[in-house]
Design a protein around this ligand. Sequence first.
Ligand SMILES: [Zn+2]
Length: 325
Amino acid sequence: MTDRDLLFERQQRTAIALVAVFGLFDICSRLPSLQAFAQGIPSPASEVNWQQLAAPLIAGIQSVSEPKLAASLTGSASAKPAAVAPAPIFSAPQRFQGQIVDRAQLSGDEKVIALTFDDGPWEQTPEILGILKEMDVKATFFWVGKNVQTYPEIAKQVVAAGHAIGNHTWDHPTNSMDRETAAKQIDSTNDYIFETTGVRTALFRPPGGALLNGLADYARNRQDAVVLWSVDTRDWQASTSVQMLVSTVLNEAKPGGIVLMHDGGGNRWRTVEALPAIIAGLRELGYRFVTVPELLEMQEKEIIAAEAKAAQAAAAESQPALPPQ
Ligand SMILES: [Zn+2]
């Protein structure tokens, strides 16, 4: 596990412990016997309940190595620290962190595919959201930071609808840049996404799919998964008709694929018009829709299962043959 993984895990565990403790305080305020304990009035029933309920919580809090926090929480039942909600993070399994992916390599027959939308949020994003909701599809949106700044309410709608979020830089540069500029492009966008919507992302898509201008290197160094695509609809080009857009996706779809479309950066009426036919057509071909993190999680599970199978086979081979009877 990387330090960042450990930190996230630690933060999540702290948040879970806090939520559990608040739940307990809430019970304290409702149940007279527990309330008596909270007020320092000993009562046999409250002591038993408190100890039984609190022991695993205190152990959990202490195990997250936050001695000050644990002390403040266990020291006084009347002090209520500010609530900390765990920030959802959209990330790839560890083996894909710092890597470039353009699809999931799935061995099974399961037909899954990820629809992705770049360059938003934008005026037309709510139309896309409406279609996705109507057709019960979860997608992945790669956001441009300055567009999140322009359309914060639309950004919140995307998150509230349960779609996955990735970083697509602050203002979509494609030129070469130094490390400091790349850091600004990516970090400021991540920070702004978090401040606006409360989610974090460790998925990065470089504008134009450019891998050599400094952005992808910076993202890989910070252990983001660099997410490209396996189907390019070219929906941003005026020469791409709605029909072409639909047929490109249906012809090029493969299990584990990632489809590139755009909800922002210009008038995306073609994408809006094509989307229902794309979804219906893929369903007819047997596809199910997942987000990019879900897609990579599926590949991860397959790799783990294959590794376990290989280890089992190796162990069986190393067993000495039984002597002939
Ligand atoms: Zn883009």
